[in-house]
Design a protein around this ligand. Structure first.
Ligand code: 5GP
Ligand code: ZN
Length: 144
């Protein structure tokens, strides 16, 4: 047993309903689904944050999400659209500190909504948008 529930699921020490597994990633049902069919795609290598995960696993996690998204849509489970969601860090709502990508089936009238604070409804000025773009661009090494 480790202190990470997802590592324990991967090693078989804790139960889960798997839908996919390969060398790098697995997908299994979320124990507390937003809607029926809600899955989690996780890399096998333990990282807390996306920034700590190796490039291969990052890319592969999204490929697996695409595969299970396709399967979900044709499974017979009610699904008119899909939200892919990742909480990357505690302040972003991450509760299990092993990188995971939520694949959540959505349908009209399911009653779920993303809620934003009032600050969202004040559009930033072009100057502020560019200031923020520049700060991030600088960390990216610029655009060729
Ligand atoms: P987070 O808030 O970290 O983005 O989401 C963690 C997700 O993991 C939640 O949706 C929660 O229901 C799910 N979860 C937590 N513990 C377990 C578990 O033991 N098994 C499974 N299958 N899902 C879990
Ligand atoms: Zn882990």
């Amino acid at each position: 047993m480790t202190t990470c529930i997802f590592c324990n699921i991967l090693s078989g020490l804790s139960p889960a309903n798997f839908v996919y597994r390969d060398d790098l990633c697995s997908a299994f049902m979320d124990i507390h689904p937003v809607n029926p069919g809600h899955m989690l795609v996780i890399p096998h290598s333990h990282s807390t944050l996306l920034s700590e995960l190796d490039d291969m696993s990052v890319g592969h996690m999204f490929q697996v999400a695409q595969k299970v998204d396709v399967a979900l849509r044709s499974s017979g489970i009610k699904c008119e659209g899909v939200n892919l969601f990742m909480a990357d860090g505690r302040s972003a709502g991450q509760e299990v500190m092993h990188v995971h990508l939520h694949v959540i089936p959505r349908f009209h009238g399911d009653g779920h909504h993303l809620r934003f604070s009032p600050s969202y409804f004040k559009l930033p000025s072009p100057t502020e948008l560019e200031k923020n773009a520049k700060m991030i661009r600088n960390q990216m090494g610029g655009i060729p």
